[in-house]
Design a protein around this ligand. Structure first.
Ligand SMILES: Cc1cc2nc3c(=O)[nH]c(=O)nc-3n(C[C@H](O)[C@H](O)[C@H](O)COP(=O)(O)OP(=O)(O)OC[C@H]3O[C@@H](n4cnc5c(N)ncnc54)[C@H](O)[C@@H]3O)c2cc1C
Length: 450
């Protein structure tokens, strides 16, 4: 993606003033009053992560000539991101965009292993065939970003408001300028400005646990699939290989909001993504100590030696009841995490965003090509995609409850502390290969059953 100038944006609609002139909540017009410009409506897509670029590229492919993508972070910023599982419908959308799997699938696994861990020993794993493939946020973001046409994307620009002017939605930017559009697609993630403007009653709330994340440069256990280790209530450890020969892990541990603030310097609702610079020594020690308490030795060592650490608070939200809002004579929609930021365990966040993007463009294409009523097309899209978003929002707390995650009780601090004599007597598996205590347990090192 290319950077837009930080100021002096060219306004594609000369004569459109750059000051708000009407509140957002304009009454819904008869949608037939929206004149169709020859090159189709002007569509502003907010958010340049996964859902936003997907919808922008699909719009271009469908013949929409007037599409702009706005991303708040500068082009040079790395948002970082680990493993993401994509189901077949999402993979088909990427096929449709001409993105070969070799660009974003580094290990062609279709397997997730789930295994209990007792006394730091791996139990018998259960194999689940996954109807899709594994990628990483970074790979997928780059594969999408490479295809964004020159001039479509504007990075380093933050949307702050939405009003109407002369019947059109008018977007306001942090630098003070404003631009009109006919359709605004908010794909601006779980801290969405679009959701705050359109659906302000739906606020994020802390679920009571944290996903501590790390990247290891090596892969000592030789894993080739996705593994979920479940040591007991209040603890889950996910690990998978990532490009470059390393592994990516996420260690879920309960923490009160106060503990979160102590570990990361701000409350969960204020710090929705913890960059490496905000991971305190307290947080590192908490994670390392719990790794020693709960995980088999190779994994605990892997955690302790992972220099790159980040974290995120697991958040909940009320399920959405709509995806489309009339704004003047135009429309605004929410999709992806902006619509329904679901818990990571569901494996549905990126999938929902991509599927919703594809469905949205199908609906809009009927308007462009065949003159379908725009409002009706959008409501049809909402009817088809809202149930899946609601289901994913509801599924997260169910999974969390099954794992004992998200209770108000924090994961107990490790006792005895590592390094003490008592800790040395704890039952421990010195290596994954030595953990075969419950029959013929496939170890992660052997897990590439394809
Ligand atoms: C540990 C973990 C594991 C996961 N595993 C899976 C998985 O297996 N499968 C799956 O489907 N999903 C998974 N997810 C979820 C997935 O990563 C998200 O659902 C996905 O990234 C959401 O994409 P998005 O584009 O909708 O939003 P985001 O990725 O949040 O992107 C929003 C973008 O909008 C930009 N932005 C925000 N506000 C503004 C503004 N005001 N103006 C302009 N730009 C703005 C942001 O900078 C950002 O680039 C996982 C998430 C985590 C944390």
């Amino acid at each position: 993606m290319r950077s837009a100038p930080q100021s002096g944006h060219t306004n594609p609609h000369p004569g459109t003033p750059t000051a708000p002139s009407a509140p957002l909540a304009s009454p819904a017009p008869a949608s037939s009053s929206v004149a169709r410009p020859p090159d189709g409506p002007r569509i502003a897509v907010i958010g340049g992560s996964l859902s936003g670029p997907t919808v922008a590229l699909l719009l271009g492919q469908a013949g929409f000539a007037n599409v702009c993508l706005y991303e708040a972070t500068p082009a040079s910023a790395t948002l970082g991101g680990g493993l993401i599982s994509l189901e077949h419908p999402s993979l088909t959308v990427l096929d449709q965009l001409g993105i070969g799997q070799h660009e974003y699938v580094h290990v062609p696994s279709e397997t997730i292993w789930k295994t209990p861990v007792r006394g730091r020993v791996l139990g018998e794993p259960i194999r689940r065939r996954y109807p899709g493939r594994f990628t990483t946020w970074t790979q997928l973001h780059q594969a999408l970003g490479r295809r964004i046409p020159h001039g479509m994307a504007h990075t380093g620009v933050r949307i702050t408001g939405l009003t109407t002017h002369c019947g059109r939605p008018l977007l306001h930017f942090a630098d003070g300028h404003a631009e009109a559009a006919d359709i605004v697609v908010f794909a601006d993630g779980r801290a969405s400005t679009g959701r705050a403007l359109l659906d302000p009653g739906r606020r994020l709330r802390y679920a009571g646990y944290v996903g501590h994340r790390g990247a290891q440069t090596g892969n000592p256990t030789g894993i080739v699939d996705f593994w979920r280790l479940e040591p007991g209530p209040g603890v889950q450890f996910n690990i998978a290989p990532v490009p470059g020969g390393g592994v990516d892990w996420t260690f879920y541990l309960n923490a009160t909001a106060t503990q979160y603030t102590e570990m990361f310097g701000a409350a969960p609702c204020r710090r929705l993504f913890v960059h490496a610079r905000h991971v305190s020594d307290v947080a590192r020690e908490q994670v390392d100590a719990n790794a020693v308490r709960y995980l088999p030795e190779p994994y605990a060592t892997g955690v302790r030696t992972s220099t790159t650490r980040t974290a995120f608070p697991v958040m909940d939200i009320d399920p959405p009841t709509r995806m489309v809002w009339p704004v003047g004579d135009g429309f605004a929609v929410l999709l992806g995490d902006a619509l329904a930021p679901v818990r990571a365990h569901t494996g549905r966040g990126a999938n929902n965003g991509i599927e919703q993007a594809s469905g949205l463009v199908d609906a809009l294409a009927q308007h462009l090509r065949h003159g379908a009523d725009l409002g009706t097309a959008l409501i049809g899209w909402q009817r088809r995609h809202l149930p899946a978003a609601v289901a994913a929002v509801q599924r997260g707390p169910e999974i969390g409850a099954r794992l004992g995650l998200g209770t108000t009780t924090p994961t107990p601090p490790p006792t005895p502390p590592p390094g003490t004599a008592a800790a040395a007597t704890a039952v421990a598996a010195p290596t994954a290969a030595a953990a075969t205590t419950t029959g013929p347990v496939p170890q992660p090192v052997l897990a590439g059953v394809r």
